[in-house]
Every structure is written in structure tokens, then in C-alpha cells.
Design a protein around this ligand. Structure first.
Ligand code: ADP
Ligand code: ZN
Ligand code: MG
Length: 639
């Protein structure tokens, strides 16, 4: 039963399927072309002579005539002579009536057996064929070609499996870089909402790409590498494309994760190819997305990174080899600057850093506007309140909500997106789809109601917690119920009191269950709460120096990314024990405070759980009057 929505894990998108698909498609097209040429050649081998229709009819009606067979397809007649096995003549019917009207009589009609055979020795066999349209031919070709395609696909799969090293001769070393030339669908700064600071920084790059001479004349050193740093989904890729769009120059892009799946030695040759293409098309932009995938710190890689190392070295070599006036700017994006090899960040390489940040409320509104532009929305849609609710969401999350809202509206058969669709989309993206079909028995429902009421009351009462926005016991995603807390405004920092209140309200669910149903009734419904509490408590001690006996001391380890070592902890077993004790102290304290609050407000807990069972969902408006009577016991106070 999740308790808050602001901490989501954001997965790193890895896009590597599309390239395989592209090469397979390419192979298919090649095979089709080949098959088409071959079939055309064989058709044209026998040249047919065209004869007038009147002559054909005369010859066909002559028992001594030389025609053995006439095949009629639409208006075309293919004529096979006696003693031949292929048509050698052709003719066209004119539009005055049927062939029969024009005198082409089937003399052998209605005959059978010997009589028929005898007749066919004198008169031609006349057969009418279906008019095969162009698509029929395509279909025919496709049916012939399909097995070949299957073989081609099978072979390319085999080659991949075999991990063939002989790459150059097969062209695997060619860069898969996608080119977004000036004529492709252009992205400009207008498509990137918010992030004014980053746009400001990049305007200079745009200006250089537009008029390099201006800078050269003054002997200015041109920036060579620009590193876009920021969390996933903040619009780094979008921003890089916008720079290319603004400057109207070609954009060569490749993703670090694509290097990762390459054959041995291919990464480096891709890089070479990429840079030479970009130089030929200068002024231009090279964009290496997710560069951390190849350029992580060498010591962090362990033994498995030789291929990456070659790729990284090649990038460095190419960047060092640039003339000052090459007119190529290399941009790269990463979620993890701290993980990058320092060699990349040296002067002359990626020495310009542009931070792309999570959007603030005002920017979230702008991003939502960008993504709702062109979608029909009804009057009641309130983007401002959505912007307010989505603290911590990235641009990609917001784009996703906009899309989900449109999908929801379409599914519901609405003509325009309503505010309800919007709310549904928001919650769906934040937690997962509603699962009304998931059956909970009455006891489970009751436990869930007390659990969520517990979160809500503890969160409401504690002075440094965010206000309760909504409670529901309708299952959603993996949760049985949800209590949402929403910060009244965006904040960059949290103090220790706020964090301790988050720990306590996280414990509120489990504590309420225990209070009402007894120790033995503890359910599995609180596991994600406990995990969140444990993680937060750990980071408070290890990263923020908030342990009571370890105040102002931090304990970096591999997971926190401060430093990276290959084995063991960078501190002693004794220190580890102290850390564990500090973490336990925080979570015990949280449980204790939650218990104090809920014991003091036992009557309210019953009432709120009852309301939840009756209504399933309670919004801010319903909650206000209910929670008014909540009291803060002295024992739960921190300051
Ligand atoms: P990143 O590369 O930082 O992970 P992307 O550039 O791939 O993020 O962003 C993913 C999508 O999110 C974009 O295609 C866009 O639809 C949306 N998006 C992200 N940031 C913004 C923004 N500032 N303005 C408009 N849309 C954005
Ligand atoms: Zn919970
Ligand atoms: Mg990206």
C-alpha cells in the first residue's frame, strides 16, 4: 500500500530494437527489388506479336486455323499456336460488345469426351481468366519471396548469434547514426518548455553554428563539446535536437546504449564513421545520447569494459583531432555526470556543462500546455492544478500524462478531454491503473481502510508533513489503497523534521493495523511502506549525516555513488554496525511517534476508516472537516 507518490523510480529508456528492425526491413526491400527484376526479365523473354482482333476471330473460326488456345484476361487475349506451349501472339478486344458478339464462338462448348478432344484439334480452346489486378501480382510476388525473406532473417539472426567479428567487410562498422537533416521534422526551442537557463546557454552554440565566421574573425575558441546533464526525461534529447533545429544544421545522433550491443571492435569504427560524416556535413552537430553507457569511470567497470574503453578512447581521439574551424559541435547527454570518466570532461573535450533540471511548477504548466496543444480539452480542464500536483515529475512524465489523458478520453468515448480524464491519467501514471476487478474480501477492505486512515491521520497531525490530498481504498497498480500527500509548493531541500515526519506517516499504516487488529494480524500490505521507510532512513544516515550519533558524518558507498569500489565497504565492520543501529533508531522512533498519534486519535481512526469503507475515496474537501478534530500528542512532537 503505497503512501506517497513523489518518489518514483525512473527507468532508463533503452532503445535498441528499432535498429535491428530497420536492417531487417532494408533486407526485405532489397529482396523484393531483386525478385521484381527477375520476374520482369522472365516475363519479357518471349516477345509476343500483336495481331488485330478481327484477324484472330477469322483464324479461330477456321477449322484449319493455327490457333490452339486463347486465354482472355479482361480485354487482353493471349494466343498460343498449335504445336507451341507458350502464347506467342497477343491481341486486344475493342469495346463494342463481348467477344462472342464480335464472332469469337467457342465451337467446342457443351461437348464431352472424345467429341470434345476431336473438336479441340480443329478449334481453339477459349478460356476466360479472372482479371488479375496489380495487387494480385504483388501478392503473388510476396508469396514467392516470403520464404527468401525468412531465410535472410534467419541468417542475420545466426550471424548475430555467432557474434561474427569480421565486421568491416559486412559494413557493420558503418555508423547507425540517425541524421535529422534541416528538412526533417524540425524541433526548435519553442517545443522545449521551461528550462530557460539551459536554453540561454545553448543560444550561444546556435549562434556559432549559424555564423562561425563571426567567431573565427575574432580568434575566438569555439566550444567543442557540450554536456547536457540532468535526470531522465527532463528533455535533454529534445534540447539537443532543438539546438540543431534552431541552427538549421544536420544532426547526427547515436545512443551510448547502442554501442553496448555492438560486436567487438565495432564501437570504435562507428565513432570514426560518425565523426567523418559530421565533418563532411559541417557545420553540424554530433549528439551522443546516454554517454554514460560507454564513458563510465574506468575503475568502476571492473574487468568487463574493454570494448567500451575502445569506444571511449576513439571518441577522445576524434575530439582531440578536431581543427578549431571544423564547424562540428559534439553534444552529449547523461543522467550521471558523477559516473563519467574524468578524461571526457577535460578542456577541449566536454568542457561546457548545461544542466537540464526537473521543471518547477511554472515550467510544468508550460510543458503541459505544449503537450495539450492540438488536443481537444473541455472547459473544466485545470492544467494549473495538475501542474501543482506534479512536483518532482519530469517533462517526459508530463508528456505521458497528457497522452494517457487523451487515451482515457477516447476509451470513455468523450469528445474532449475532461478534468476527470486528466485526474485518472495522472493517478494511472503515478501509481498504475485502477483495478476495480481486483476482489478484496470484507476483512481485507477493512484492514486497508484502517491502514490508509493511519497514514492520513499521522501525516495530517505531524507539523512538518505535507497535507493529505486524497485517500482511496480502490486498488491501483500493485497497491491495495493509496494515501496521497501533496506539497503546497515545490521545494528543493527537506529538513530533518520533515524527513522524520515522512518516516512516521510511512509507519502509520502498519501501526494502525496493529492497533486495531492486534499484533498477530500484521499483514503483508505494508511491505512497500517499510521498504520506503528503510531506504529513507538509510539515506538520512549514510548520505545526509542525520544519524543521531553520527551527525554530520556521511558514509559513501557504491549504491550512493559517492565513490565506487569493486569490493567491500569503504568503512569497518564496527562502523557498519553503528550505521545499522542509527537506521534502526530512526525507524523505531518513527513507529513510536505514529503509535502515539494513532492512540490519541483512536476515535478519529475508526471514523475515518468507516468513511473510507462507505465512500472508498475521500478528497481534500471531504477530508478537511473530518481531520479537524485530530490532536497532536506531546510525545509525538520533535520540536
Ligand atoms: P531525456 O533525454 O532527458 O531523458 P527526452 O528529451 O527524451 O528526455 O524527453 C522525453 C520526452 O518528454 C520528450 O520527447 C518530450 O515529449 C517530453 N519533454 C521533456 N522535457 C520537455 C520540455 N521541457 N518541454 C516539452 N516536452 C518535454
Ligand atoms: Zn501503506
Ligand atoms: Mg534522452
Amino acid at each position: 500500500m503505497a503512501e506517497n507518490i513523489t518518489n518514483k523510480t525512473k527507468g532508463k529508456p533503452v532503445n535498441n530494437k528499432s535498429n535491428t528492425i530497420r536492417s531487417v526491413l532494408f533486407a526485405v526491400v532489397l529482396v523484393f527489388l531483386g525478385a521484381f527484376l527477375i520476374s520482369n526479365m522472365s516475363y519479357n523473354k518471349v516477345q509476343k506479336t500483336e495481331v488485330p482482333i478481327s484477324e484472330v476471330i477469322t483464324r479461330a473460326n477456321d477449322p484449319e486455323g493455327d490457333i490452339a488456345r486463347i486465354a482472355v484476361t479482361g480485354n487482353t487475349l493471349d494466343i498460343t499456336l498449335k504445336g507451341k506451349d507458350q502464347p506467342t501472339e497477343t491481341s486486344r478486344k475493342d469495346n463494342s460488345g463481348t467477344l462472342y458478339d464480335q464472332g469469337l464462338v467457342n465451337h467446342c462448348e457443351d461437348l464431352e469426351g472424345e467429341e470434345l478432344t476431336k473438336c479441340q484439334e480443329s478449334y481453339p480452346i477459349i478460356e476466360y481468366k479472372e482479371d488479375v489486378d496489380a495487387w494480385g501480382i504483388v501478392l503473388d510476388v510476396a508469396l514467392t519471396v516470403l520464404p527468401i525473406v525468412a531465410i535472410v532473417i534467419f541468417f542475420s539472426w545466426m550471424m548475430k548469434q555467432a557474434n561474427m567479428a569480421n565486421n568491416q567487410s559486412l559494413g557493420f562498422g558503418k555508423s547507425k547514426a540517425r541524421l535529422y537533416g534541416p528538412d526533417k521534422k524540425k524541433v526548435t526551442f519553442k517545443d522545449v518548455a521551461g528550462n530557460e537557463a539551459a536554453k540561454q546557454d545553448l543560444t550561444e552554440i546556435v549562434d556559432f553554428l549559424k555564423s562561425p565566421k563571426k567567431y573565427e574573425k575574432l580568434g575566438a575558441k569555439i566550444p567543442r563539446g557540450v554536456l547536457l546533464a540532468g535526470e531522465p526525461g527532463t528533455g535533454k534529447t529534445l534540447m539537443a535536437r532543438a539546438v540543431a533545429g534552431e541552427a538549421n544544421v544536420p544532426f547526427f545522433s547515436i545512443s551510448g546504449s547502442e554501442f553496448a550491443e555492438m560486436f567487438v571492435g565495432v564501437g570504435a569504427s562507428r565513432v570514426r564513421d560518425l565523426f567523418s560524416k559530421a565533418k563532411k556535413n559541417a557545420p553540424s552537430i554530433i549528439f551522443i545520447d546516454e554517454i554514460d553507457a560507454v564513458a563510465h569511470k574506468r575503475d568502476a567497470r571492473g574487468g568487463a569494459g574493454r570494448e567500451d574503453e575502445q569506444t571511449l578512447n576513439q571518441i577522445l581521439v576524434e575530439m582531440d583531432g578536431f581543427d578549431n574551424d571544423s564547424g562540428v559541435i559534439v553534444m552529449a547527454a547523461t543522467n550521471r555526470v558523477d559516473m563519467l570518466d574524468k578524461a571526457l570532461l577535460r578542456p577541449g573535450r566536454f568542457d561546457r556543462h548545461v544542466n537540464v533540471t526537473l521543471p518547477e511548477r511554472k515550467d510544468r504548466l508550460e510543458i503541459l500546455k505544449v503537450h495539450f496543444k492540438g488536443k481537444p480539452v473541455s472547459e473544466d480542464v485545470d492544467l494549473e492544478s495538475l501542474a501543482k500536483k506534479t512536483a518532482g515529475s519530469s517533462g517526459a512524465d508530463l508528456a505521458n500524462i497528457a497522452n494517457e489523458a487523451a487515451i482515457t478520453a477516447a476509451r470513455e468515448g468523450h469528445k474532449a478531454i475532461s478534468n476527470k480524464d486528466l485526474t485518472e491519467a495522472f493517478e494511472r501514471v503515478a501509481i498504475g491503473p485502477e483495478r476495480k476487478s481486483k476482489v478484496m474480501n470484507d476483512m481485507e477492505k477493512k484492514i486497508t481502510a484502517y491502514h490508509e486512515a493511519g497514514h492520513a491521520i499521522v501525516g495530517h497531525v505531524l507539523p512538518d508533513s505535507d497535507p493529505v490530498h486524497k485517500i482511496t481504498i480502490i486498488p491501483r497498480g500493485n497497491t491495495g489503497g493509496v494515501t496521497w500527500f501533496l506539497p503546497p509548493e515545490d521545494r528543493s531541500y527537506k529538513n530533518i523534521f520533515e524527513l522524520k515526519d515522512i518516516l512516521a506517516r510511512g509507519m502509520g499504516g502498519r501501526v494502525a493495523e496493529k492497533l486495531i487488529f492486534g499484533t498477530d494480524a500484521i499483514t503483508t500490505g505494508a511491505s512497500s511502506d517499510l521498504k520506503n521507510v528503510a531506504e529513507l532512513a538509510k539515506s538520512m544516515v549514510v548520505e545526509e549525516g542525520m544519524g543521531e550519533n553520527t551527525r554530520n558524518l556521511v558514509f559513501p558507498d557504491e549504491a550512493t555513488g559517492y565513490y565506487t569500489i569493486t569490493a567491500g565497504k569503504p568503512y569497518s565492520e564496527k562502523t557498519a554496525e553503528i550505521i545499522d543501529a542509527e537506521i534502526k533508531k530512526l525507524s523505531d522512533e518513527a513507529a513510536k511517534r505514529a503509535e502515539e498519534v494513532l492512540k490519541t486519535n483512536k476515535k478519529l481512526l475508526d471514523k475515518l476508516a468507516g468513511e473510507l469503507l462507505a465512500h472508498e475515496t475521500l478528497e481534500e474537501n471531504d477530508l478537511g472537516p473530518l481531520l479537524k478534530e485530530a490532536k497532536l500528542p506531546i510525545a509525538a512532537k520533535l520540536h
